[in-house]
Design a protein around this ligand. Structure first.
Ligand SMILES: Cc1ncc(COP(=O)(O)O)c(C=O)c1O
Length: 451
């Protein structure tokens, strides 16, 4: 595989549950625990596998562009760890993670205004494992998790594996809507639901690309505190801003009611699989016990290399370089959308990896995907980002991995797919072919409402 051609399987987490065809061929069918029914392959994964050809431009996966880090820097860090600290780096470690790394994690979080103690940090195997551990601690089958609609596919996969019921709360271009959150909580209370936490990605949302406004943050925290609802703040993209600095994390406003999740995946490299949770004391102690029971300890080797990297490399400068790479790609994607698909609407991300596009009402994101793959472009259908079947009119485009030129080609191909599908649908429904400018809504981004 070349650097231009990523595998098309979404890189940012397990797939959401669907019925697995052919389960009757499994000799253990009927033996599995009920929770195993929440684990299954994505309905689009088969198509992604077919589409993993070099000629396909993938706007689907969420893979960081790790080639932006000079590989000599990593090779040197690995060498130095092995030469100076091999016995510790190759050994089991503490379940909570290396104290030295936890101190460095404080430096990273300080860039966003978070003040904390290294004692409150639990190192995990990517923030994905932190999502898993928090869910394991709080969720019994049938419990309700509130999450933005749409939400991160990898978190939905975890929630499903613990048999949670995910209830989506609408967002708009300013993030989660506080009034909608309040109304949903009231509805769930009236229905007798056991609500456990709000899972939110307030900054540079995956997949929606929007950021919760500074004005809404305290309001949302106040609602959750009043309702005794824990907030799980997932913030892997917060340092990847392109324009103005985003509002400070929720954790800075309410340390006692927020579990904050961070990651080295987007600002360093996902291959090390190191992330962390910053949690109030009681939860933190349970997280350590849950980590020990799941994996004994996070990778000592990865933690040592990250420490070495942070102590010897200008890691802050590297984050600035990542921002520049992704800003250029974001700009290429927005410009290409404006040129080739002017009649659609989309969000304008101020950071992160994703643009969320609304399709004309006649089209369906999942049904259109085979045609897109035939036209040599891949995207992620919106249906993967909801637990309740929404998302048919939405698609997620990632600009993190393809080059700006590939992005332009990919969007041009996508335009051919959208216009081809529209012509087909309109020909069959008797409304004629697509005249220029006769698309869904002649408005460019951002859409007023992501519902
Ligand atoms: C919102 C969000 N949370 C968590 C993760 C998982 O990241 P990690 O590599 O730290 O496990 C991702 C990865 O794409 C993500 O987008």
């Amino acid at each position: 595989m070349t650097e231009q051609h990523a595998p098309l399987v979404p890189a940012e987490g397990p797939s959401r549950a669907v019925d697995v065809p052919g389960t009757d061929l499994d000799p253990w069918h009927g033996t599995y625990a009920a929770r195993a029914s929440g684990l299954s392959v994505s309905e689009v994964r088969a198509l992604f596998a077919v589409a993993s050809r070099p000629e396909v431009v993938s706007l689907a996966g969420g893979m960081p562009y790790v080639r932006a880090i000079p590989r000599e820097l990593i090779a040197t860090a690995v060498d130095r760890v092995l030469l100076t600290d091999a016995p510790a780096a190759l050994q089991y470690g503490s379940g909570q993670g290396m104290p030295r790394l936890r101190e460095h994690i404080l430096e990273i979080m300080a860039l966003e205004g978070i003040e904390a103690s290294a004692d409150d940090v639990v190192t995990t195997t990517g923030s994905q494992q932190a999502i898993d551990l928090v869910t394991k601690l709080f969720i019994d089958p049938g419990d309700v998790i509130l999450a933005e609609g749409p939400s991160y596919v990898g978190a939905l996969g975890v929630f499903s594996s613990y048999q949670a019921r995910v209830v989506h709360v609408p967002m708009d271009e300013h993030g989660l809507v506080p009034e909608a959150l309040e109304a949903e909580i009231t509805r769930q209370r009236a229905a007798g639901s056991r609500m456990k936490f709000l899972y939110t990605i307030p900054t540079f949302h995956n997949p929606a690309g929007v950021t919760m406004s500074a004005e809404r943050r305290p309001r949302i925290l106040e609602i959750c505190r009043r309702e005794h609802l824990l907030v799980v703040e997932d913030n892997p993209y917060g340092l990847l801003s392109f324009d103005e600095t985003p509002p400070q994390p929720l954790r800075t406003l309410d340390p006692d009611n927020v579990v904050y999740l961070g990651s080295f995946s987007k600002t360093f490299a996902p291959g090390f699989r190191v992330g962390w949770a910053l949690a109030p004391l009681a939860i933190r102690e349970k997280l350590v016990l849950a980590t020990e029971s799941a994996i004994l300890s996070p990778s000592s080797f990865s933690q040592h290399i990250i420490c070495e990297y942070m102590e010897t490399v200008d890691w802050r400068g590297q984050i600035v370089r990542f921002r520049e790479v992704y800003r250029e790609r974001r700009d290429a994607m927005l410009a290409a959308l404006a040129t080739y698909l002017p009649n659609l609407t989309w969000t304008v991300p101020n950071g992160g990896f994703y643009v969320w596009v609304k399709l004309p009402s006649e089209l369906h994101s999942k049904q259109m995907l085979p045609r897109a793959v035939r036209e040599l472009v891949a995207y992620t259908p919106g249906t993967g980002f909801y637990a309740d079947g929404q998302g048919g009119r939405e698609i997620r485009l990632s600009f993190c991995y393809p080059t700006p030129d590939e992005i332009r080609v990919g969007i041009q191909r996508l335009a051919a797919v959208v216009n081809g599908e529209l012509e087909l649908v309109r020909a069959f429904s008797g409304t004629g072919s697509l005249a220029p400018g006769s698309g869904d809504r002649a408005v460019s981004a951002p859409p007023p409402d992501l519902r």
